[in-house]
Write a protein that binds this ligand. Sequence first.
Ligand code: HEM
Length: 474
Amino acid sequence: MDLLSPYLFHFTIFIISLSLVFIWKIKSRPAYNLPHGNKSWPFIGETLEFFLAGKRGEPEKFIDDRTSKYSTDVFRMSMLGNDVAVFCSEDANRFLLSTANKYLKVWLPEASQKAIGATVHDVEKLRSVLPEFLKTDALKHYIPIMDSMAKQHLEADWLPNKEVKALPLLKKLTLALACKLFLNVTAAEDISRIEKPFAALVEGMLSIPINFPGTAYRGALKATKIIHKNILSIIEKRRRELSQHAESVAPDLLTRILLKTDEDGKAAFSEKEIPSMIVALLMASHDTITSAIVFVLKYLAENPSVYSEVLKEQMEIGSSKGPGELLNWNDVQNMKYSWCVGCESLRIAPPSQGNFREAIADFTYQGFTIPKGWKAYWSPYSTHKNPKYFKDPVKFEPSRFQRNPPPPYTYVPFGRGPHMCPGKEFARIGMLVFMHNIVTKFKWQTIIPDEKITFTATIIPAEGLPIRLQPHDN
Ligand code: HEM
């Protein structure tokens, strides 16, 4: 450590100087006044400031302060030298999300694409195979599997009358589920070979992109290589099984990807593309569901009357089952109040902080011109806690979802329009099946009152939500 200290010191100075130069460069630019737009852009600072506001748990405050200061719902920010137009309102969401194909395409920072080892094209390819895997008939088939895995995990890891940390336990469960349902991988040692590097990837993919020994970004690059290697060995094994006894191989997502052909009958995806598509899928699905469930647990602990309503609904469903009978599609469809709880939790703590687009042509929105090449950013935080759309917005009130649905484009935890999350229904059943199992087995209290909330790739309780579980038969 002593040997490293001078290097760390110089490295820190280097990073601080680099950031100051960026901020100075961007702040000293003149406001844009492009020929076909008639308004100059309010500049609200580095995107980094927005992410830091997220780290402090107040991204919506960052947006609200600027919306009221400038009386506009679109701003200019910069992200390490890229111009970013930030869209913040029902109208702005409608414009950005529904016109995505005409003026905008999905964009991810180059450094994040490198860290994940997957490009936006890999996500497009993934999208082309997902509908088959996520259609209602397929989802019906996943429910009993999710149910039995939730039961096993609760039995093994969620110890009664002890303090447990919900976040890491949920991560373990959702990764095991993803490995089972996407890859048909169930062996604990195979899953653990992905688990550790995957955590390093999530930590490093949104860090300052400096490929230097010891940085989180370097850690992510290394982790991706390890994950790709492990996925390649799973692919090799699957190819062998397909060549020996194709008829008995599970038709999971990986098998479908391997067997998909183009119009000429050739394999649709190359050996290099497939691990990238799988990593993109894990990135899109794993941490988001984990975050969604951990906040449901937090809000149920903090709102005993809501917990009682959920318990009543879930006990009714449970008592209609025979011994050992697993949940099915009808059961999940009957979890109506529980889904209002899920929706309210996704409103207050949406797992995705938003997403980027890139302008593929010049366009004008409310007098502001967004030139080709600029990036655009939308975030659920710009509407989810706005009292204009949600009365008493900080109050956890699931019954608001039993009344009129929120106005379109104000409630967007899964986005909307052509790039809306294709995993929405998968996420819904995953959340409800877990809710059923934990609520019918335990009640619980949070250990840290007002635990700080922070942001990594998703929103999480900073200490991992320690809780104490009490079985109902106590
Ligand atoms: C609670 C869990 C989840 C949340 C909150 C969530 C949220 C989102 C959001 C906000 C987007 C971006 C939409 C946009 O930019 O317009 C997205 C995209 C995506 N999600 Fe999810 N997601 C979840 C779970 C899943 C699951 C389980 C899967 C797969 C099984 C999945 C696969 C994807 C994919 C492939 C995309 C990219 C779509 C595209 O660019 O066309 N997500 N998700």
